[in-house]
Write a protein that binds this ligand. Sequence first.
Ligand SMILES: Nc1ncnc2c1ncn2[C@@H]1O[C@H](COP(=O)(O)OP(=O)(O)OP(=O)(O)O)[C@@H](O)[C@H]1O
Ligand SMILES: O=P(O)(O)OC[C@H]1O[C@H](OP(=O)(O)OP(=O)(O)O)[C@H](O)[C@@H]1O
Ligand SMILES: O=C(O)c1cccnc1
Length: 489
Amino acid sequence: MKLTQRYRPSLALLTDMYQLTMAQGYWKQQRAEQEAVFHLYFRKNPFKGGYTIAAGLEDAIDLLQNFRFTEEDTAFLAQVKGSTQEPMFEKAFLDYLRQLKFTCTVDAIPEGTAVFPNEPLLRVQGPILQCQLLETPLLTILNFQTLIATKAARMVDAAKGDAIIEFGMRRAQGPDGALSGTRAAFVGGVGATSNVLAGQLYNIPLKGTHAHSWVMSFDDEEESFATYASVFPDDSVFLVDTYNTLEGVKKAIAVGQKMRGNGHELKGIRLDSGDLAYLSIEARKLLDDAGFEKVSIVASNDLDEYLIESLKLQGARIDTWGIGTKLITAYDQPALGGVYKLAALKNEEGHWDYKVKLSEQLIKVSTPGILQVRRFYDNGVLVGDMLYSEDQGISRPSTMVHPNDPTQHKSFKESCTHEDLLVPIFKDGQLAYTSPSLKDIQTRTKQQVESLHETYRRLLNPHIYKVGLEQQLHQKKMDVIVELRNRAD
Ligand SMILES: Nc1ncnc2c1ncn2[C@@H]1O[C@H](COP(=O)(O)OP(=O)(O)OP(=O)(O)O)[C@@H](O)[C@H]1O
Ligand SMILES: O=P(O)(O)OC[C@H]1O[C@H](OP(=O)(O)OP(=O)(O)O)[C@H](O)[C@@H]1O
Ligand SMILES: O=C(O)c1cccnc1
């Protein structure tokens, strides 16, 4: 189900107040329709990782498609007061908002694509007033989902083909954190969720076991398993650690034998405490010795990609990883830090003026232009991304300049293929894109991660993937920086 169906048909007020005050400023200056280009990008991969997985575009599209100010929205804005108790917004401006139609052209990198710092995930071109209002909602959607999809992809990569179930709702940052977090976790590659509403809204497979309370509500642990099995004879995964884990496993086996006698098979056991390597190895022995080789071992308890990697190295016999807190809260990085920056503005002669936000450090100076990302592949493996401006084109197709050290260049072999990553989403306000199914997006994530060299995938000190600037773009950026610095002096 779409974002606007979930909350309200118009999400135009889902923005920061300053976007609206600036909007009124542009309108008053008769600059509301001045053509602008903004880019949404982040500056650092999250979790000290080597890559990021783009997510959230489908929700962003829904928001843009339904972008309009209703009577109710402008009525609310009409009664917002400034410090002198006068209305903040003029009636004529609110009338303007009321008749505003979304007319921007939007290009974006499809969900499930591996993306890197400083490249635009999304580009908005259109009247500056509209572009400006969209900054906050686009960031709120794309920052969070991209963050969670990346966390999930890292866990999926560490699990090396084992299933992951997302268990995070109870620890999520509120109901929307749980819903869009579960969606993004699925984009990142988890196979199922315990979140029933997300299952309904996004068609994500539902899975679950039972809690300690079930076992504790009986006088006898074995009876609790047997009773659960009588209710779900073909879908029983017993939580065995309420009292003594290995004794719990033996009781699960005893119930499994009775189930087998009735023509049913125990599906699994879950470990939720203690040394998960030792206990899973011992549990596996007990299960195998009793003829339950196919019973899977689910583990949970504050897991993340590092623990998955470590437990695997320790020889843990875990088949399915149940992950809650550290996935849904993006532990230990609570925000992606994506930004949305003005990059070009059309002047009165109809030419683009390039815009940059200066900073002491070159890495933090935004890249101006109407940017596109050209990705180069060597035999299907990603080898580098070149930012170029669509109005300038590309002068030296196979060489790019290091973004923070112009003395360094990177060249691509003649045999490399390439692809431009930003694809048309809206043309002059009209939708020009069909979102793939969530399952197809998940498949894309898997293929993208697999096409990254393993040095970018390792958890500790991964290699830095190269994102450079096309020659003319680099030159133009330097010219603009020099001009701005001269003006500022
Ligand atoms: N073999 C292991 N190597 C590294 N970490 C492990 C191993 N086994 C379990 N862990 C992790 O260590 C942490 C231990 O958690 P904790 O201190 O809560 O202990 P516990 O066994 O869960 O105790 P409690 O019964 O209080 O829940 C968890 O994050 C768990 O996933
Ligand atoms: O550990 P997480 O990655 O966050 O995964 C979710 C946790 O939620 C449940 O525990 P909770 O303590 O809420 O209840 P329970 O252990 O009594 O079932 C479950 O047993 C997991 O341990
Ligand atoms: O089904 C489970 O085992 C489950 C669901 C939510 C949280 N922890 C565990």
